[in-house]
Design a binder for this molecule. Structure first.
Ligand SMILES: C=CC1=C(C)c2cc3[nH]c(cc4nc(cc5[nH]c(cc1n2)c(C)c5CCC(=O)O)C(CCC(=O)O)=C4C)c(C)c3C=C
Ligand SMILES: [Fe+2]
Ligand SMILES: [Fe+2]
Length: 330
């Protein structure tokens, strides 16, 4: 290490290197071998993963990734990179901003080493998950701890806490949700707040994720209902992207979308406040598949709202959260 710089590392989940079966298999093998993600003993899980899942799911998932892949690659990686660049501009030269993925590339190990090689002695590690869960925040922190464990001369580390009820996050969600609702060419009867799901067992074991999601939904709802225009908007919370056979948090987003249409809802918008960047789960599962489900079941108007991404409102929030955690360092 050669100087006392401060670094900020933005981290998100990870994504395949390319939308083909081989790349998706490599990504899923790493992701689904994480014991924080699938909490089944390895002796039982690894044969299922290697014998069944990695022989079937990659082809299906690669086809889904192809539908959302852009010129800059995977949306999740492209947006996270843009967030890092925008934050660098906002924070100036006093801080070095970089980004990494928990699974795949750029890896946490590689970017931590690069920051330290550039002279960062203090690093704020910022997993961009508003709601804490073992499968997201904790495994990212485990990873950076592994990286430090292998170093003789470590950097000092701070980690960004979950921000599910932080005023800057709720302000950003409320402003951006209302901006997007106002711009629709229809007035929704219901706004579905869809969060990524988790196995129900994680709630029973004490993971706060479910509570964090419901608190975010309540605080966002209070802000929408305090406005003149969205006072009567009906809000429903659900959990998407179910994986595997175990019982997951309910209600499930796909079933809720279908049930709403069957019950006579004609106009629906869906927001996904738990995702800091658009990705496969928001763009393919909710914007594309969700629309098909709603229209096929009798709905007429459907809109999936964009995540905060690197828009000004979202970046105001990331800057505020990061500046709070950097207090005393810069
Ligand atoms: C936002 C928080 C997330 C939680 C909580 C979460 C839990 C979780 N996810 C899986 C399984 C899969 N997730 C997949 C994609 C994916 N998941 C998140 C976020 C959370 N996951 C994101 C941002 C993404 C998108 C990645 C991208 O490249 O765009 C996938 C891969 C895609 C697929 O094949 O469907 C799987 C598998 C589990 C099992 C889990 C909780 C235990
Ligand atoms: Fe996931
Ligand atoms: Fe999915």
């Amino acid at each position: 290490m050669n100087s006392g710089k401060v670094g900020v590392l933005l981290v998100n989940l990870g994504t395949p290197a390319a939308p083909d079966t081989g790349s998706v298999r490599t990504y899923l093998a790493e992701f689904l071998s994480d014991k924080r993600v699938v909490e089944i003993p390895s002796l039982i899980w690894q044969p299922i993963l290697r014998g069944i899942i990695l022989n079937t799911r990659p082809k299906k998932s690669a086809a889904a990734y192809k539908k959302v892949w852009g010129e800059a690659g995977s949306p999740l990686a492209a947006i996270t990179e843009r967030q890092a660049k925008a934050l660098q501009v906002r924070l100036g030269d006093a801080v070095q901003v970089d980004w990494a993925m928990r699974y795949g590339k750029p890896s946490i190990a590689e970017r931590m080493q690069a920051m330290m090689d550039a002279g960062c002695e203090r690093i704020l590690f910022a997993p961009l998950y508003p709601q804490y869960s073992g499968a997201t925040t904790a495994t990212a922190v485990d990873k950076v701890a592994d990286v430090l464990r292998a170093m003789r001369w470590q950097a000092s580390l701070r980690t960004l806490p979950p921000y599910h009820d932080h005023p800057s996050y709720i302000d950003a969600l409320a402003a951006d949700t209302m901006r997007q609702l106002d711009a629709l060419d229809f007035v929704p009867e219901v706004l579905l707040l869809s969060f990524h799901g988790m196995p129900l067992r994680t709630l029973e074991l004490g993971d706060p994720y479910h509570c964090h999601c419901h608190k975010t939904a309540r605080l966002l709802g209070e802000r929408l209902h305090a406005s003149d225009k969205w006072r009567d908007l009906r809000l429903v919370t659900s959990f998407q992207s179910r994986f595997g056979r175990a019982k997951w948090l309910e209600p499930a987003t796909d079933e809720t979308i279908e049930a709403e249409a069957h019950a006579g809802t004609k106009r629906m918008a869906v927001a996904m406040p738990g995702f800091s960047a658009d990705c496969l789960e928001t763009l393919e599962e909710i914007a594309m598949e969700g629309r098909g489900t709603f229209l096929a079941a009798g709905g007429e108007h459907y809109a999936a709202l964009a995540c905060l991404n690197d828009g000004a409102t979202g970046m105001d929030m990331i800057e505020a959260l990061v500046r709070q955690e950097l207090a005393g360092w810069v």
